[in-house]
Design a protein around this ligand. Structure first.
Ligand SMILES: [Fe+2]
Ligand SMILES: [Fe+2]
Length: 477
């Protein structure tokens, strides 16, 4: 039995890199992860891992720090050392947030990193891509049986019969986040030799190999693992059944079936510093040939006074998703305060100019019931008496915020038998008809071939993937 924890997208930010003030607050509001409390959140997870005496291995799958600065890297590495001092084996890979493009050596989107002062920002020392390998050599490559010299990817025995192949897919930055030809050959050879030795193979990389939602790969194909189609087929050909990924910050488990009929799962994990951040706990049972995946979140954050709130409730109001929900009522009651709280992620100047239109629209939206949408989607007749009464008593805005809450957490609650799903699907279908009739190209562009707004909407209404984004038992061969 091999057991490990997997943490991804820790986006660690050193406390030395900011002082309290507008610059860091606005930066954090515009994101969907908690930057200021990233050290406390990571430390609380680490405490949990250390308390678990039965799990001896910890994996980190990239975007370990938020913006490639050296101070955060040193502090992050101290955390890895703490885990090692507690007897854990630690294996990590890096990704694009872990370095900055220096001297034009690559095209990483991060050109530099900053410290947030009270009034602005100032540059800080950064990690070049070429420095990552040596800096983290002791956490994977140094213990590996084989290392791909081009990418720094490595192959390591987790336990007898279980092999981890960690694929460093920081590529050359933005346009290609995968392995190059030489790396693909190395990976193929590693999988083949592990299989020949009778080992179960577990893969880990940063970028998604299966798109979490159809619209994701369609709109931002470059955010996928570079060469994901090829890797998907390779996994099916070689009988590799699971890969762990991050990057999307989305808790999402999806299955792919290849041309030869074999399947694998991409287990994508939510960012550790999302309000609903979780780590995966994985058991690979070599006797049964099963890989069990579960998820562990936080109830409290060590060293943080949440005023009696759960960690989730405390953190949810920090970023734009939660702030939007919390500040929406202010549009009616205190518009200036609404603008103050949403600066950093909403166009405050435009909202100031259009105060009356926004207040009017928000007032309408606030009162709108699901039954109004049922009328638009022409689904009223398909609802039972009870369902219609439910629709008349359910606010659209509450449903919208509930969907928003599950974007990163997975497991949205609106299965096809719910009133919400029936009504929203009918609205999406009507929108499909309108878009097709009037050939609205701006929306047609968003729809993947063979899909529709209704099909796309299902990804966000309920778990139409495996039924549970937090837990799965995968047969491995
Ligand atoms: Fe990330
Ligand atoms: Fe990423």
């Amino acid at each position: 039995m091999a057991t490990f924890y997997l943490l991804t997208d820790c986006h660690y930010v050193s406390k030395k890199n900011w002082v309290e003030g507008r610059p860091i607050t606005l930066r954090e509001r515009g994101d969907q992860i908690c930057l200021k409390l990233s050290p406390e959140i990571l430390d609380t997870f680490i405490e949990k891992i250390i308390e678990d005496k039965e799990t001896d291995t910890v994996l980190f799958s990239g975007d370990n720090v938020n913006s490639g600065d050296m101070t955060s890297h040193y502090e992050f590495r101290e955390r890895l050392e703490k885990l090692r001092a507690a007897g854990k084996k630690v294996y990590i890979i890096s990704a694009t947030h872990d370095y900055c493009s220096c001297n034009g050596e690559d095209e990483c989107f991060q050109k530099g990193s900053v410290r947030y002062t009270e009034t602005g920002t100032e540059p800080v020392e950064v990690m070049p891509r070429s420095g990552l390998y040596e800096f983290y050599r002791d956490y994977g490559p140094a213990q590996a049986d084989s290392v791909d010299s081009e990418s720094g990817s490595y192959s390591i025995k987790l336990k007898d019969g279980v092999r981890l192949i960690a694929i460093v897919d920081n590529g050359n930055g933005r346009s290609h986040c995968g392995l190059f030809e030489e790396g693909v050959r190395w990976l193929t050879a590693q999988i083949k030799s592990a299989k020949e030795a009778g080992e179960y193979v577990i893969l880990m990389t940063h970028h998604p190999v299966i798109s979490p939602w159809d619209v994701y790969a369609h709109m931002v194909d470059y955010e996928m693992y570079g060469g994901y189609r090829k890797l998907s087929e390779l996994m099916c050909e070689e009988g590799v059944n699971v890969i762990f990924t991050g990057h999307t910050h989305v808790q999402n488990i999806r299955k792919y079936t290849g041309k030869n009929g074999n399947s694998f799962y991409d287990v994508s994990t939510v960012s550790l510093v999302n309000a609903s951040g979780k780590m995966r706990k994985v058991n690979v049972d070599t006797e049964k040939g099963v890989c069990d995946v579960s998820s562990v979140g936080l109830d409290k954050i060590n060293g943080v006074d949440t005023g009696g709130l759960s960690a989730y409730d405390y953190l949810y109001g920090i970023n734009f998703t939660g702030l939007l929900e919390r500040t929406f009522p202010l549009i009616a009651s205190d518009y200036d305060s609404f603008l103050e709280h949403t600066e950093g992620f909403l166009p405050v100047d435009k909202l100031k100019k259009n105060r009356f239109i926004v207040k009017f629209a928000a007032g309408k939206l606030k009162k709108m019931k699901l039954s109004t949408l049922a009328k638009f989607g022409k689904s009223k007749k398909s609802l039972t008496k009870e369902q219609l009464s439910y629709a008349r008593n359910t606010l659209v805005i509450d449903v919208a915020f509930e969907i928003l809450r599950h974007i990163f957490t997975g497991n949205a609650p609106y299965t096809p038998d719910t009133v919400e799903n029936i009504v929203l699907s009918s609205v999406a279908s009507r929108a499909d008809r309108i878009v097709s009739k009037f050939k609205i190209s701006a929306i047609q562009k968003l729809i993947p071939p063979g899909s529709s707004l209704n099909i796309m909407a299902q990804d966000f209404l309920y778990n139409n993937r495996t039924g549970d984004d937090d837990n799965i038992s995968i047969e491995i061969g």
